[in-house]
Design a protein around this ligand. Structure first.
Ligand code: HEM
Length: 512
């Protein structure tokens, strides 16, 4: 029998001993951690088998069993879900700075110029500067006011289109998306790329809309590679291929937009910015900036503003009209308020909203029951920390279920009922101070475009209710209207709302 050389034996022994020590220390470290309660994960997929096509509902059912702080595993990644006001406060306020990271997702990498946008960029000086830019430049009260004429013009166009179609069945969301896209395109890019009258453009209106739909879809997908990284390279769902193709299209479009803007600015002394791309290009030229914004950064921010500003307001207004169709008595109360405060001889203006508390309450009630982002945008723990006595290791993904908080019976009477009156006389707002109602999130990562979003939602909803009575087509009763939703980057109706609009005001007012 051949003897193994003694040096091999000692090598092998030393190697095995080291391996045993490493494994033991990992186990001991793990055993010491007091992780939040949650279902036992399966190998490889973790708890993904428990998540259905409406993840906010599946996760809510689990949190009813495991409590307001729960740990799940999406593949190999720990995901902590907070589902109460207390947990929302801990994540978005007490430990806001610890949880101000974002997880690295395939969508962030491939569709936002390698995390160069605001939404997916990691916490740090680049992101901080982007937020400062939003606060001081892009969404300042002065800037938003200077663009009011655009919102007014586009809303008038919508109202006159609806008048032309009155009495005929229409898909409301299509018209609402046209409005928000037109508003945001003109504010950000300087012109409406979805306008059918634009000629010789780099993209057709249909292509531009299809690109945005694809961007929403791909930013909302649960990609296998994001949960099980070693399967990522196989691209089993084909998402990565689609993301790369989409990124190319956006890049071509944004290059063209930037070239056009630079040509317009070139050689003009004291050029005055006409849109948000102009503002971004001026900032990119600013040598005093703490962190330089490169061309790909300008492109990523521009894309973020277009994406953030379109779908969310259209989805919210579609939900509001759907809820009101189901409850004609609330419709009546709203029109009573509009007739009393505005009268039947004019349209509602943005400055009227402060005098329309019931319309404001309808918007809040819609956002309570149908938050566009039921889990906000995922956050990531930047350091190891402790929450409610539980350990949250660095890198853990953190979701706050504002959907569950909006339906918490300990906070809301008859939580599943659409009842805007609950907000009358209450000081609860949606601006990130009242943790029972957080459609825009709260804290450092809170939506920077909330004031613009609110303006568009409030003004369009108020005028749709003021200008038209809304009916379902055929003999469909209000009770029959299906209220199911689908989950994605936004949470729209499963079946788009088909309705008929009947004018309520004097005919001359529709001559807009
Ligand atoms: C109804 C309208 C809107 C809703 C409901 C909404 C909702 C949200 C939510 C829930 C977040 C995540 C907050 C968090 O992680 O805590 C967010 C982030 C963001 N929103 Fe909005 N949003 C709206 C309109 C807009 C508009 C009009 C813009 C820009 C034009 C915009 C741009 C952004 C950006 C850039 C972020 C990422 C912020 C960051 O990560 O620092 N949103 N939004």
């Amino acid at each position: 029998m051949e003897l193994i050389h003694p040096s091999w034996v000692s090598y092998l022994t030393a190697w095995l001993a080291t391996l045993a020590l490493v494994l033991l220390s990992v186990r001991l470290r793990r055993r010491k951690l007091n992780l939040p309660p949650g279902p036992k994960p399966w190998p490889i997929i973790g708890n993904l088998h428990l998540i259905g096509s409406l993840p906010h509902r599946s996760v809510h059912a689990l949190s009813e069993k495991y409590g307001p702080i729960m740990q799940l595993k999406f593949g190999s990644f720990p995901v902590v879900v907070g589902s109460s006001v207390e947990m929302a406060k801990v994540v978005l306020k007490t430990h806001d700075v610890l949880f101000a990271g974002r997880p690295k997702t395939a969508a962030g990498k491939y569709t936002t110029f390698n995390y160069s946008d605001i939404t997916w960029s990691p916490y740090g000086p680049y992101w901080r500067q982007a937020r400062k830019m939003c606060l001081m430049e892009l969404f300042s009260a002065k800037r938003l006011e200077s663009f009011e004429y655009i919102r007014v013009q586009e809303l008038k166009l919508l109202l006159s289109r609806l008048y032309e179609l009155s009495g005929k069945p229409i898909m409301l969301k299509d018209h609402l998306s046209d409005l928000s896209l037109a508003v945001i395109s003109r504010m950000v890019l300087g012109k409406n790329y979805t306008d059918k009258q634009q000629e010789n453009e780099i993209v057709t209106p249909q292509e531009f809309k299809a690109m945005l739909d694809e961007l929403f879809l791909l930013n909302g997908v649960l990609d296998i590679g994001d949960s099980i990284p070693w399967l990522g390279f196989l691209d089993l769902q084909g998402n990565i291929k689609r993301m790369k193709a989409l990124a190319k299209k956006f890049d071509k479009f944004l290059e063209h937009v930037l070239d056009e803007h630079n040509a317009r600015r070139k050689g003009v002394e004291n050029y005055v910015a006409k849109d948000m791309v102009d503002v971004l290009l001026q900032l990119a030229d600013d040598p005093s900036l703490e962190v330089k914004i490169e061309r790909h950064g300008v492109k990523a921010f521009t894309q973020d503003l277009i994406a953030g500003g379109t779908e969310s307001s259209a989805v919210t207004v579609e939900w509001a009209i759907s809820e009101l169709i189901k409850k004609p008595e609330i419709f009546e109360k709203a029109t009573e308020e509009l007739d009393r405060v505005i009268g039947k001889e004019r349209w509602v203006e943005e400055k009227d909203i402060v005098n329309l508390p019931f319309i404001d309450a309808i918007v809040k009630e819609t956002m309570r029951l149908h938050p566009v982002a039921p889990f906000l945008v995922p956050r990531a723990a930047r350091e190891d920390c402790k929450v409610a006595g539980y350990d949250i290791p660095k890198g853990t993904r953190v979701l706050v279920s504002v959907w569950a908080i909006g339906r918490d019976p300990s906070l809301w009477e008859k939580p599943n009922e659409f009842y805007p009156e609950r907000f009358i006389g209450k000081s609860i707002d949606v601006k990130g101070h009242d943790f029972e109602l957080l459609p825009f999130g709260a804290g450092r990562r809170m939506c920077p475009g909330y004031s613009l979003g609110l303006k568009v939602i409030q003004a369009s909803l108020a005028n749709l209710l003021h200008g038209f009575a809304w009916k379902l087509p055929g003999n469909m009763s209000n009770e029959e209207l299906n209220m199911e939703e689908i989950f994605g980057l936004s949470t729209p109706r499963k079946f788009p709302l088909e309705v008929l609009a009947h004018p309520r005001l004097s005919p001359h007012l529709y001559n807009l």
